[in-house]
Write a protein of this length. Structure first.
Length: 213
């Protein structure tokens, strides 16, 4: 299991906290949901299951590079597609600064190589990632196979994006579709074992996902 300590560096993905309320459709019990502003890599969600799925995938991306955000992914997409000329207006020098920072972050492997390798590892369900799914399952009773398939689908979509096969709008739309699909499957699976939303261990799941990278 991944250990979480009080190291402030490990809490970089957490920013503003917001509390919203929803109702469990099975028990009609009001549920308090704490959500956090994310990095723009995945949409934030107010319902607990979708929120945990989104945060799980974001945490896997942060394991690739702790300061990753959508601008960094766009830079990688530019490099893969070799379309720098289309991006030269606006933010060109910011991109150069990010590129210099990335050079210092990795030894023996470029960021471009690292993101490609680690996305393939998520897609192919490498054991390092499955351990995270198992830990999360121990906290929430979420189905490990569903978590593995979900993250694999998200990584496959990310590969389509960074290789220039889809644009940012399509990426977001398809991410929403994948999260909705697996949130529905996961909710049904949890209900089948007696875990309704009011019993779902959302806060502990979020606390765990803050430190898996």
């Amino acid at each position: 299991m991944f250990d979480c300590d009080d190291n402030e560096e490990k809490l970089k993905s957490i920013f503003e906290e917001e509390v919203t309320y929803s109702y469990d459709p099975e028990s009609n019990i009001q549920i308090s949901n704490t959500t956090y502003k994310m990095r723009g890599l995945v949409n934030n969600y107010s319902d607990p299951i979708s929120s945990v799925l989104a945060k799980l995938y974001e945490s896997l991306l942060i394991r690739i590079y702790k300061e990753i955000n959508i601008d960094v992914l766009l830079d990688v997409r530019v490099e893969f597609a070799q379309e720098i000329e289309d991006f030269e207006e606006g933010g060109f020098f910011d991109r150069l600064q990010r590129k210099d920072k990335l050079k210092d972050a990795f030894v023996g492997e470029s960021f471009k190589e690292r993101i490609e390798r680690m996305l393939f590892e998520i897609q192919d369900k490498y054991i390092d990632n499955v351990i995270i799914y198992e830990d999360l399952s121990n906290i929430t009773f979420m189905n490990v196979a569903l978590l593995s398939n979900y993250c694999s689908d998200m990584a496959e979509l990310e590969m389509e994006f960074v290789f220039g096969d889809i644009d940012l709008t399509t990426r977001k739309t398809k991410q929403n579709e994948i999260i909705k699909k697996y949130a529905d499957l996961m909710t049904k699976d949890l209900i089948s074992i007696g875990i309704t939303l009011d019993k779902f261990n959302y806060q502990n799941a979020c606390d765990y996902l803050k430190c898996v990278y």
